[in-house]
Design a protein around this ligand. Structure first.
Ligand code: ADP
Ligand code: K
Length: 448
């Protein structure tokens, strides 16, 4: 398969290391000069930028974590004045503060290049049409794939997410060769085609580039068969750039994705101690940006668990490969590609006087789609006002005040967190309470 930047993608390992070392030295000097957060981190440890001579010195530096981005909200981690920015993105979830990231024109150029590499690895070619069903907006997915596809010379259909019937119609009419979306949405589309009696061979799509949430070989098989495509994995996160940090090659598909290492230096560390782990061992994936200007980041703790290998892959690319994400170290849930923290749900519940913020989240997978049920208690005073003794579905349907409350909670969660939930109301005092230990508010019954 032709590569987008063959020279860089197959750079011999010693040359790649040399390039990384040189770029790292520049990036470190740059952040020390421009980002007070990093200057302090260096000074506190008695480190000078010149102490970091190459990637092997990275373990001397502390990690950067999500909380550091939250504490410097919105622009505290930026290395350029706002006039020099070209674009802002932010993580999904708007309750509490989102994590905001910025790009210069040059950063957007790099973003487009790494996504173009990813699309080419996934089977994309100039002149092919890409049906881009990733969400457009603050989320990096839609615009990220868009920029990369244009860079590669593809024809982009910026359909964004939702309105599945319309998507199916446009796929039939426009006949795109490739689709980009979350793996769960690809399954939804496959089901919609099936419902209409359209066979996979009749669907024009040949390739699918899927990411933003964890998935498995079983899901790959169902998408491959359901849409008649060869699906590959695209991985990324907004803090590093967005999608296109790594991608599988469509001819390998062994679950290993090439990390575009000349821009993002990967480490895998022990989740408990933070010590670097040897290749092949599962730990937390940590990235250092080597070329970013608006928001360079050193040793970013992704929370994603996986391993990497530097064995060159069959495609001839020399860059390290990472295995599919095996889980996360924090309490972040990914529901239909959207990042959700239970604390975001709590913040919404605190604003609704008719309920108490004792709740339980139950995640299941109905067919291809994640379903989230939120079980929560009606507040005592409201309960008395209603004059009900025991809540049941029939009672709730019969009493408008309860039915409205359920709708109100669902709408507020949708508006603030960006996901649809099924709300179940419980009698006061019946949600699980902490008994000193760690309360498990989330029951994740999805089988990955
Ligand atoms: P948002 O979705 O709110 O924009 P991010 O882009 O920062 O937020 O989400 C990044 C996270 O999504 C990653 O840290 C990882 O947990 C998850 N993710 C992204 N792509 C994949 C993938 N291909 N496989 C598994 N998890 C993924
Ligand atoms: K995500």
């Amino acid at each position: 398969m032709p590569m987008f930047q063959p020279e860089l993608e197959t750079l011999p390992r010693p040359k790649l290391t040399e390039l990384q070392n040189q770029r790292l030295r520049e990036q470190v000097a740059y952040v020390y000069e421009r980002v007070p957060f990093y200057r302090r981190a260096f000074d506190e440890r008695g480190l000078k930028p010149s102490d970091i001579r190459g990637v092997e010195d990275l373990p001397k530096l502390p990690f950067t974590k999500k909380k550091d981005l939250r504490e410097t909200y919105p622009f505290g981690m930026f290395a350029v004045p706002r006039q020099e920015l070209a674009r802002i993105h932010a993580s999904s979830g708007t309750t509490g503060k989102p994590t905001v990231v910025g790009y210069t024109k040059g950063d957007l150029e790099i973003f487009a290049e790494v996504v173009a590499r990813s699309l080419a690895a996934a089977g994309g070619r100039p002149g092919m049409m890409l049906h881009n069903a990733y969400g457009y907006g603050l989320f990096t997915g839609g615009l990220g794939l868009h920029g990369g596809a244009e860079k590669l010379g593809m024809v982009v259909v910026p359909i964004s997410g939702g309105m599945t019937e319309r998507q199916v119609m446009l796929i039939q009419d426009f006949k795109p060769e490739m689709i980009a979306c979350t793996p769960s949405y690809a399954q939804t589309l496959a089901e919609e085609f099936k419902k209409r009696g359209i066979a996979p061979e009749e669907i024009s799509l040949q390739y699918a580039i899927l990411g933003a949430e964890p998935w498995t070989e079983a899901i790959r098989k169902s998408v491959d068969e359901g849409l008649g495509v060869r699906a590959t994995n695209i991985y990324g996160l907004s803090e590093i750039i967005g999608p296109g940090v790594s991608n599988e090659d469509v001819n390998e598909r062994e679950g290993l994705s090439y990390i575009w290492e000349d821009h993002f230096y990967p480490e895998v560390v022990d989740p408990e101690t933070g010590d670097p782990l040897p290749e092949g061992q599962v730990g937390v994936l940590v990235f250092t940006t080597l070329t970013k200007k608006a928001m360079p980041i050193l040793r970013y703790w992704t929370g994603d668990l996986t391993y990497i290998t530097r064995e060159p892959g069959p495609s001839g690319r020399t860059h390290a490969r990472m295995a599919q994400i095996k889980g996360r170290t924090d309490d972040m849930l990914i529901v239909r590609g959207v990042n959700v923290y239970p604390t975001q749900i709590e913040a919404v519940l605190k604003e609704i006087p008719e309920v108490v913020p004792h709740y339980q989240i139950v995640l299941t997978r109905q067919g291809p789609l994640d379903e989230m049920e939120l079980k929560l208690e009606v507040a005592e005073p409201f309960f008395r006002e209603i004059g009900q003794k025991v809540l049941s579905d029939e009672v709730i349907e019969a009493d408008q005040r309860l039915a409205h409350l359920r709708e109100k909670v669902a709408r507020k969660i949708k508006d603030n967190v960006g996901i649809s939930v099924k709300v179940s109301l419980l009698n006061p005092g019946t949600a699980p309470r902490s008994e000193g230990g760690k309360l498990r508010r989330v029951a994740d019954l999805r089988k990955l």
